[in-house]
Design a protein around this ligand. Sequence first.
Ligand code: AKG
Ligand code: MN
Length: 200
Amino acid sequence: MSAIILSTIGQIIELANAEVIFYPRLFPQPESHQLFAELWERIEWKQEPIKIFGKSVLQPRLTAYYGTQAYTYSGVTMQPLPWNEPLLQIKQIIEPLVHTQFNGVLMNLYRNGQDYMGWHSDDENELVKGSTIASLSFGESRRFILRRRDNHQIKVELNLGDGDFLVMGGDTQKFWQHHVPKMAKSDRPRINLTFRVIEH
Ligand SMILES: O=C(O)CCC(=O)C(=O)O
Ligand SMILES: [Mn+2]
């Protein structure tokens, strides 16, 4: 891919006890479409089980994990696949923006509006405390909702569309949860990448 001109103007999402910055369309078209196609083809997408109350259930979406550190998530330890070309290219672009070097990326493929992600915080023990999580979306737009952990009525909703970049830092995971609800009318896929810093 030739040089991409990025629109690196971030909007601060004003939330108490959180540091959230939203970069609409960080990756413009046609690069976003090209990256979607490469990730669709080149990532080893799988529907993996997770443990919920000790029971093994399939996740309601496809996932993959790449990087250099193993990562335990919802009771399942994932061994990373090695970085590949589209991921390295993306990583090199986003790292200077967030002043962070990432060693893992958890990826989700929402095949259509029936695939979703339940309420959670990205607060696994292996994540370096207070480290930034950088989320990049391609393809279909989906709702991304944040709510306070101590008051579920306080919610903020974003729409994460093609090429959008969301940075969650500071105490965001300590005070807030997030989820991606089902979307009845959607039959188009969405890919989301969350770059993370895992202890080693
Ligand atoms: O798909 C998204 O925007 C969110 C993904 C997410 O929360 C996660 O992978 O932990
Ligand atoms: Mn998350």
